[in-house]
Design a protein around this ligand. Structure first.
Ligand code: AMP
Length: 219
């Protein structure tokens, strides 16, 4: 099963990926996480990506697509993939179809979580990440109480540089200009599922699982 989350930043793509990957045994490929890994290791790709990320812009397609190709070739993709935050441009979307076709796969569904801009700004500006367990918290609506992995005590929480107010607005503008056209792209292919994204985490997961139940897996 190959599914895509194309919603706005802060619409719940990462959170829902966490819920689904365990339930369905899927591999979670989040290009933002992969770029942040390169940044923290200061790799040549990390150095090339840094400026774009700091400004809330997209990393150029060629670099992004090559990184995803390398990730797919790591050999740990079992029963399928959740692509989280990839593709983000029409060029990336065309490339993903080709990358999957070369491997004998195709996209089953693309999900968009509908969330208002005001809620996006609220979520992102209060979002806290953990450097150690990699879970995402929110200072008001999902505060750190205990580590879901039992490996930290809240001492590694930080706010992403691109979750600062002025960068959030630029990321939303980039989304509207470059990524939003993907909704029509996938709708035309009959692959788009729009879900309300403002319910509780459990409600959104339930709607997601109900939609996925409609996918027919070849025997
Ligand atoms: P995210 O964690 O998905 O919000 O991504 C953080 C940042 O990484 C984005 O603002 C972009 O600079 C970069 N990035 C992540 N995914 C992509 C992508 N598919 N294409 C280009 N840049 C990306």
């Amino acid at each position: 099963m190959y599914i895509i989350f194309v919603g706005q930043p802060g619409s719940g793509k990462g959170t829902q990926s966490e819920q689904l990957k365990e339930k369905m045994g899927l591999t979670h490929i989040a290009t933002g996480d992969l770029f942040r890994e390169h940044l923290s290791k200061n790799t040549p790709l990390g150095q090339q990506a840094r400026g774009f990320m700091d400004r809330g812009e997209l990393v150029p397609d060629e670099l992004t697509i090559n990184m995803v190709r390398d990730r797919l070739d790591r050999g740990d993709v079992g029963s399928g993939v959740i692509f989280d935050g990839f593709p983000r441009t029409i060029g990336q979307a065309d490339a993903l179809i080709a990358l999957l076709a070369e491997r004998g796969h195709k996209i089953d569904m693309a999900f968009n979580f509908n969330v208002t801009d005001a809620e996006i700004v609220r979520r992102l500006s209060g979002r806290l990440m953990c450097r150690k367990c990699a879970h995402v918290f929110h200072k008001d609506s999902n505060p750190y109480l205990a580590c879901p992995e039992n490996i930290c005590e809240g001492e590694y929480l930080y706010q992403r540089d691109d979750d600062k107010p002025e960068i959030i607005l630029s990321r939303l503008e980039v989304y509207n200009r470059l990524t939003k056209p993907l909704l029509q792209y996938y709708a035309q292919k009959g692959l788009l599922v729009n879900l309300p994204g403002e319910g509780s985490i459990e409600e959104v997961t339930k709607a997601l699982v109900a939609a996925l139940d409609r996918i027919e897996i070849p025997a």
